[in-house]
Design a protein around this ligand. Structure first.
Ligand code: NAD
Length: 322
């Protein structure tokens, strides 16, 4: 018997494709609906095989189109939503902020209003630690209590959408959870992002571009660890709460390139990957350091990441080689 009708938005993107694969396999008694506009960032090949499954259905919808979103909710009467659809690339948000406002802010509002009109379950909003702004070298890692201080149009649009979701909980008593996670890596990530760029540069013997001095620090989370945490929080998180998700893998961009280069050297993919490093003009408003504390998630729901960083990078390199 079907116990939930879940809509997963952004299902053909990097993280959404992993989540929908997990849910369609693990929960045969859920009817899982995937929604995606199929922008340049989507890749339907990662979810196409699901079309043979009886508990899966795909909808090509733009969440900025309010009428289409309402029509879909009224037709299928979803019980729950896990919302990942977004414009996600910081550089694109600097070039075209309006699209980020339309998709990330207005799109989220459209989903919330449609959800409010038909759904009785949970709205899980997937967000980023970039809403907290950035840290200096000696600051403590972001906790859920850090004030929002976004730097880029991307992070500002995600911060706005988080606040709207919170307001809908307070105002309309919607059952919501928000998750803010650190930078993801792993299979299916679009080549515009940093780790795929490093790997593909080495594979194709091209220069590895590093913004500025390479000293900016990021905190990395394997996508499979992330979707395990989303599964747990969707089912067991407390309504109205925010949970940070991270794996304590803080490295500077330059250290990350060294790490990947050394793995590629061990795998005999390239003879001198470090020799490909090329420093390029820094990104406008480039955040200095991100570090995320997921102690609350451990204390409340006993979640911890399980994929070792070096091992995760090695598996990711193998995937891109295939
Ligand atoms: N990748 C990360 O490191 C990371 C870290 C923290 C949070 N997040 C958040 O996780 C979510 C998923 O990120 P991702 O890395 O998988 O992004 P992605 O860019 O790989 O995928 C986003 C998906 O959303 C779809 N989409 C874009 N605009 C849409 C619209 N108007 N209507 C419907 N679908 C639309 C795209 O087609 C794409 O399939 C995003 O909300 C992002 O902010 C990502």
């Amino acid at each position: 018997m079907i116990s939930k009708k879940i809509l997963i938005t952004g299902e053909s993107g990097f993280i959404g494709s992993h989540l929908i694969n997990l849910f369609t396999n693990k929960y045969p008694n859920y009817e899982i609906h995937g929604l995606d506009k199929l922008t340049y960032a989507a890749n339907k090949n990662y979810t196409k095989h699901l079309e043979n499954k009886t508990n899966y259905k795909f909808h090509k919808v733009d969440i900025f189109n309010r009428e289409d979103v309402f029509k879909l909710f009224h037709e299928y009467q979803f019980t729950d939503v896990i919302h990942l659809a977004a414009e996600s690339h910081v550089d694109n948000s600097i070039a075209n902020p309006l699209l980020f406002v339309e998709t990330n802010i207005v799109g989220t509002l459209n989903l919330l209003d449609a959800f409010r009109s038909v759904s009785s379950g949970r709205f899980h909003h997937v967000s980023t630690d970039e809403v907290y702004g950035d840290l200096n070298e000696f600051d403590s890692a972001f906790t859920e209590k850090n004030p929002y201080n976004p730097s880029s149009p991307y992070s500002a649009s995600k911060a706005s959408s988080d606040l709207i979701v919170r307001a809908y909980h307070r105002t309309y008593n919607l059952n919501i959870v928000i998750t803010n996670c650190s930078n993801n890596y792993g299979p299916h990530q679009h080549h515009e992002k940093f780790i795929p760029t490093i790997i593909s540069s080495i594979l194709h013997n091209k220069q590895i571009p590093i913004y500025g001095s390479g000293k900016n620090i990021r905190d990395w989370l394997h996508v499979e660890d992330h979707v395990e945490a989303l599964d747990l929080i969707f089912h067991q998180g407390h309504s109205g709460e925010t949970y940070n998700i991270g794996a304590n893998n803080e490295v500077s961009n330059l250290e990350l390139v060294y790490l990947i280069s050394d793995i590629c050297l061990e795998k005999k993919i390239h003879q001198d990957p470090r020799g490909l490093i090329s420093f390029v003009k820094d990104r406008l408003g480039h955040d200095n350091r991100y570090a995320i504390c997921s102690k609350k998630l451990y204390e409340q729901l006993k979640w911890q990441s399980s994929i070792d960083f070096k091992q995760g990078l090695s598996m990711t390199i193998d995937w891109y080689m295939k």
